[in-house]
Ligand binder design. Structure first.
Ligand code: NAD
Ligand code: 6OD
Length: 484
């Protein structure tokens, strides 16, 4: 039985309260997770602040960059351990963890080490009307102690996406992983120690959100900024906590993302891409497509091709090498998604595929399994078309022209991502420019260049991270004006 302890000031420590960690693919107990209370959070915050004043705060940029490269290399050396940790905690296929989660976990350290080395700051030469002259030089300093609050869907990927740039910029971090997925962040703590990251620079406190570790951490006055990924409602709570003491926030929140499929698309590419965008990670990706709009002349063909492809998805446990879809994260989430499956029928949907729980072998039958599901025929105002479900499902609706589909895609409180499928590049740009989202993928989806801005419009978030945008958040930019 495993024990997931906090990692504070370079030491693994337990606390008085704990909870179970179960694998959602078979509901078997993985181990015990300790819940950090006020004392542990306080110690972690003190350790992180002390680290900022110690050798870490004085480490040269080159030394910091070398250390982050070492961390990335060590993740790759312990690659299969991270794969196992991620797959057990989430129920996702190991093949997925090998292709997406763990490689990105390592890349997030290297890329941001490179960014910090290569991004210049601005300088202005000033000449006043009275002949006074000055040179202005911008200078970046770390922001301080950053709280990183992570979700469960891509635990290592999304935690390191914040920790990588935060450390590259010279900050100290306290990570609060999701209560559902403590394993990969705990393993990352071991890696930090193995690589010689100084005590207090990287800390982990486990626990829940409201009235628990998450709230204690985000409301702690010793935290200088909070970076959060998760639900919009949680983002609102964190924003309130951050307002005390005017701490900076970066919020990456929910989505109800659309795919716009035009009749002039390459249909096979659009079907294959939509298969990924709807069903990858059992639909538990913030960028996942839940609303598909297809131009009427190809509507029937698109629906039948997507259903045919989705019908071939093999659902299975992490070790099943033929399975392309795992379980949902928990039985609680399974009930939520099933609730939407029932609601879709009540709201008048035609169920093209799925809509229930698959029959699984006895030994894993208590896992959080769910069928890939496709609906048509819902009204635009239906809750299923408007609320984030976070499961392997989508509604497909026909449209007749560009203006109509842009209005449909934008008719949502969210604004995270969209994908546009067309072989007409003028249309691709024209449509993309009008979509009220942070990211548009044309003839692809979730193709990530980590130098590009990532984040959401409307209720999908505040701020952008990625490349230089991460530096904007994780550093304080100071102007030094030198009169000549
Ligand atoms: P969640 O908001 O329930 O939890 C995320 C984290 O916040 C967890 O660690 C949780 O313990 C913590 N938390 C909850 N309440 C808190 C509080 N009051 N104070 C401090 N911490 C608190 O989200 P989830 O269910 O883990 O993840 C799924 C959601 O995340 C979906 O809505 C999805 O769209 C979103 N998400 C967004 C992105 C993005 O980049 N925009 C990426 C991944 C997931
Ligand atoms: O690729 C990324 O950097 C990123 N933040 C992905 C988010 C996926 C959401 O589930």
């Amino acid at each position: 039985m495993k024990e997931f302890k906090h990692f504070i000031n370079g030491q693994f420590v337990a606390s008085s309260s704990s909870f179970e960690n179960r694998c959602p693919a078979d509901n078997k107990l993985i181990g015990t997770v300790y819940e950090a209370g006020k004392a542990e959070v306080d110690t972690a915050v003190k350790a992180a602040n002390a680290a900022m004043k110690g050798p870490w705060g004085k480490l040269s940029l080159n030394a910091r960059v070398a250390l982050l490269y070492k961390v990335a290399d060590r993740i790759n050396e312990r690659f299969e351990e991270f794969v196992d940790a991620e797959a057990q905690d989430t129920g996702k296929p190991k093949s997925l963890a090998r292709h997406v989660d763990v490689p990105r976990g390592a890349a997030n350290f290297k890329i941001f080490a490179d960014v910090i080395k290569n991004v210049p700051t601005e300088a202005f030469r000033f000449e006043g009307p009275d002949g006074v002259q000055a040179t202005n030089i911008a200078h970046r300093t770390p922001k301080g102690v950053i709280a990183v609050i992570s979700p469960w869907n891509l635990p290592l990927l999304l935690t390191t996406w914040k920790v990588g740039p935060a450390l590259a910029c010279g900050n100290a971090v306290i990570v609060k992983p999701s209560e559902e997925t403590p394993a990969s962040t705990t393993l990352l703590a071991e890696v930090m120690n193995e690589c010689g990251v100084p005590p207090g620079v990287f800390n982990v406190v486990h626990g829940f959100g409201p009235a628990s570790t998450g709230e204690l951490l985000t409301s702690h006055p010793g935290i200088d900024a909070i970076t959060f990924t998760g639900e919009t409602a949680t983002g609102e709570a964190i924003m309130k906590a951050a307002s005390v003491g005017l701490r900076d926030i970066s919020l990456e929140c929910g989505g109800k993302n659309s795919a716009l499929v035009f009749a002039d698309c390459d249909l096979d590419k659009a079907v294959a891409g939509t298969m990924r965008s709807v069903f990858l990670n059992c639909g538990q990706v913030c960028l996942a497509t839940e609303r598909v709009y297809v131009e009427r002349p190809i509507f029937d063909e698109f629906v039948s091709k997507l259903a045919e492809a989705a019908n071939k998805i093999k659902v299975g446990p992490p070790d099943d090498t033929e399975a392309s879809m795992g379980s949902l994260i928990s039985q609680e989430h399974q009930q939520k998604v099933l609730g939407y499956y029932e609601l879709a029928v009540e709201e008048g949907a035609t169920v093209v595929l799925g809509g229930g729980v698959p029959d699984m072998p006895d030994d894993i039958n208590s896992g959080a399994w769910i069928e890939p599901t496709i609906w048509t025929g819902l009204a635009d105002g239906a809750r299923v078309v408007n609320e984030e479900i976070f499961g392997p499902c989508c509604h497909i609706r026909p449209f007749d022209n560009e203006d109509e589909v842009i209005a449909l895609a934008n008719d949502t409180a969210y604004g995270l991502g969209a994908s546009v499928w067309t072989e007409n590049s003028s249309r691709a740009i024209r449509v993309s420019e009008q979509l009220e989202v942070g990211m548009v993928w044309v003839n692809c989806w979730f193709l990530r260049d980590l130098r590009t801005p990532f984040g959401g419009a409307k209720q999908s978030g505040i701020g952008r991270e990625g490349g230089v945008h991460s530096l904007e958040f994780y550093t304080e930019l100071k102007n030094i004006c030198i009169q000549l």
